[in-house]
Design a protein around this ligand. Structure first.
Ligand code: ADP
Ligand code: MG
Length: 700
């Protein structure tokens, strides 16, 4: 028998088929449970009254108490309206109705005290109310409303059908009266409720929609967030447990390629962080279980060499390796640098991307299947079903926020025994996001830059300083350095952005005249062959300045470039600024990043620019970015369709998330299959309620 909370929403008293359809379409509310889990976004304190003279803000709900001193119908036909003057001890406010005029007129009595509840409008410099919630003081006092009232997000379409915030609240109240306490099943074990001092489920459900006090509301909210994050972490941690039990290829030794390279061809000695990470990887690859490891390391921290050494471990034991990048440019760059590094080893290394077609493609696929190719580098094209390896042992995935749990699963099917997987990311993401988006992976970090690098100096300058910035650029070029000047181009189609780029290019050409100075230009509107020519000129030091849009964000490595000038820096996001800055500071020279902006800046832009000037630490920057923008807008994470949170916010709820993860880990350590009696609620949840799909269905 289905559970009562699975009842279709149209069965609830007060919901017409029409309303039901709107709830489904607009907010995905199909069942009683969906409605209970449609949580308020805010609360108003309905025990307080605001004095009319103290109205200050048109966007918050307030409650007034007073009498009508005048009520009058004015206007004709469509302009007809009812206007009342409402007075309390402090002042008078106009209240306007356009509909239900007759009903309101009959309802309102002079001398009676009323309670009005609404968001004030600012009209001709004065506040007024239109269509407020209105009731007599007596009815207000008897309504039990004098506490915190929930406010719900609704859409225009919903409002037209009476499903505004108040309408939703009424439905929720109706539902809470319809069901019984036992219908809201407690899924969290009682020892966790005690340990984290969380109210139980039914009470929390009640209090989140109808809080008697602020404390009750906050406790309920914390419980709901904990539950949501805990359930998610249970799944991720369980996936990780299953993975670490999944049979993996055993690499008995590091092999001759690794040894040869490590002892004779390393171009530099490894940093301690690089060595530590290699040890972690080595341990994974000989343990008999499949490796699923996330490697985080800031731009320039030296992940490529770690990737190569990992692949060599596989090759030395007779396996093939693959390396995947999100774009063709990046794949090409990896191909070049891996080929260069591994040159003395005599390996067969190939590149496969979408643009490699015809005979060439067929030949590569053939050689791959025959086991003649040792390392295949490419884009997503590598995991297409037509690409078959002879014996794939190691997969390195670079820069992949875009790679979800499901895609990682696809990869594992490329070989009989799933290959070891190393996911590398250069855009550091905050720990809280990593715990959610990579919660099923083991974690390594390169938290140390190669020696001899001087930290990049970052400065903020406005147009008033432009001449001195040009002077500085002259000096650097005189020292033999090269310079990037980057313009924003959010949408490559935006004409005005392109125009300002060209304008900037023209004025630079005047200040740095030919033939003494040479300037490259690259933007997304150019044909790619011209782009390549311009880039190559800069790479080969034929030009001094590279004027570009963010196309250079990834893919260029010019150690001689020591200055990055970013125009309109206030228009870039933090992670983008950080990535751009990472283009310099690659050589031994002191490098600089100059953030140009207008005089006037929004608060957020100020914080972004200040953060860039204060630190080079990508993790710190990503934390600020998360605080400013919220989790949904952090680069890459919006594409992780696997994970949708209803009530938690990864920017705010870091502490709860940490608790939930710890609780999930210790629970699964003691009871991986949820057999204990105390975990019956959870077991029930995963077998009956949870909507598990694909990879997630491996849970239980
Ligand atoms: P990432 O991919 O992490 O951004 P790379 O692997 O491209 O960084 O390395 C950046 C630069 O640092 C490369 O030029 C590389 O040769 C160099 N490098 C890497 N590790 C070391 C090291 N241990 N000592 C000196 N230079 C290093
Ligand atoms: Mg890299």
């Amino acid at each position: 028998m289905p559970h009562i909370l699975d009842t279709p929403i149209e069965y609830l008293k007060g919901i017409s088929p029409e309303k039901a359809n709107i709830l489904k379409r607009e907010k995905n509310i199909y069942t009683y449970r969906d409605l209970l889990e449609y949580y308020p976004y805010r609360y108003v304190d309905r025990s307080k009254f605001t004095a009319i003279s103290e109205l200050a803000d048109a966007n918050t709900f307030v409650q007034l108490k007073g009498k009508f001193i005048k009520l009058e119908e004015i206007g004709q036909n469509k302009g007809k309206r009812l206007v009342g003057l409402f007075q309390d001890e402090s002042g008078i406010i106009e209240v306007v109705w356009f509909n239900s005029i007759k009903w309101i007129k009959d309802f309102i009595k002079t001398q009676e005290i009323y309670v009005l509840f609404d968001k004030p409008n600012l009209f001709n410099g004065k506040f007024n109310f239109t269509h407020p919630e209105i009731e007599t003081l007596n009815s207000y006092l008897n309504s039990g409303k004098q506490g915190y009232q929930a406010l719900y997000n609704t859409s225009e379409k919903m409002k037209q059908k009476g499903l505004d915030s108040r309408g939703i609240l009424r439905l929720t109240q109706q539902l809470l009266q319809t069901i019984k306490k036992e219908d809201v099943i407690e899924i969290l074990p009682s020892y966790l409720l005690q340990k984290y001092r969380l109210p139980e489920k039914y009470l929390s459900t009640l209090h989140i929609h109808q809080p008697p006090s602020l404390q009750d509301q906050q406790a309920a909210l914390r419980r709901m967030k904990f539950e949501e994050l805990f359930i998610l972490q249970l799944q991720l941690v369980r996936l990780r447990l299953l993975r670490t039990k999944e049979q993996g290829i055993i690499l008995p030794e590091v092999g001759e390629y690794f040894n040869d390279f490590y002892h004779h061809h390393l171009p530099f000695s490894l940093t301690n962080a690089q060595k530590r990470v290699l040890k972690e990887i080595r341990k994974d690859t000989m343990g008999g279980f499949q490796m699923n490891r996330l490697l985080q390391g800031d731009v320039g921290s030296g992940k490529t060499i770690v990737a190569l050494l990992t692949m060599l471990m596989g090759i030395g034991n007779g396996y093939q390796a693959a390396m995947m990048a999100p774009t063709e440019i990046l794949a090409q760059q990896h191909f070049t640098s891996i080929q260069e590094l591994a040159q003395p080893l005599n390996l067969r290394i190939e590149i496969l991307t979408g643009s490699i077609k015809g005979k060439k493609r067929t030949a590569i696929l053939q050689a791959l299947e025959n086991g003649e190719i040792d390392i295949l580098i490419g884009t997503h094209a590598l995991i297409e079903p037509t690409v078959a390896f002879k014996n794939l042992g190691i997969v390195v995935i670079d820069e992949q926020h875009r790679f979800g749990v499901e895609q990682r699963a696809q990869l594992r099917n490329k070989a009989e025994i799933p290959p070891h997987i190393l996911v590398m990311t250069a855009t550091p993401i905050p720990r809280s996001l990593a715990m959610v988006f990579y919660g099923d992976l083991d974690y390594s970090v390169i938290d140390e830059l190669p020696p001899g690098r001087k930290p990049i100096k970052t400065l903020h300058r406005t147009d008033a300083h432009r001449l001195s910035v040009y002077g500085f650029m002259h000096d650097e070029i005189a020292k033999g350095r090269q310079i990037y000047v980057v313009y924003p181009l959010i949408e490559e189609s935006e004409k005005s952005d392109l125009a300002s780029l060209m304008e900037g290019y023209d004025s630079l050409c005047k200040i740095f005249p030919r033939p003494q100075y040479q300037i490259s230009i690259v933007h997304g509107k150019m044909k790619s062959e011209f782009k390549d020519i311009e880039m190559q000129q800069f790479v080969n030091h034929k030009t001094h300045i590279m004027v570009a849009t963010t196309v250079i964000e990834v893919g260029v490595n010019v150690p001689n470039a020591s200055v990055m000038v970013i125009e309109n820096a206030e228009r870039f996001g933090l992670s983008q600024l950080h990535q751009l800055r990472g283009r310099v500071g690659r050589g031994a020279e002191q490098s600089f990043c100059i953030l140009m902006s207008g005089q006037k800046l929004s608060n957020e832009s100020k914080i972004r620019i200040q953060t860039m000037c204060d630190t080079n630490d990508g993790f710190k920057i990503s934390e600020v970015d998360l605080d400013l923008r919220g989790p949904g807008n952090i680069e890459g994470t919006q594409q992780s369709g696997d994970i949708q949170l209803k009530i938690s916010n990864l920017a705010i709820d870091k502490a709860i998330l940490e608790e939930a993860r710890n609780a999930a880990i210790s629970l699964l350590e003691s009871d991986p299959d949820l057999q204990q009696a105390g975990h019956a609620g959870l077991k029930y949840y995963f077998t009956h309620q949870a909507n598990l799909k694909g990879e997630w269905s491996q849970i239980l």
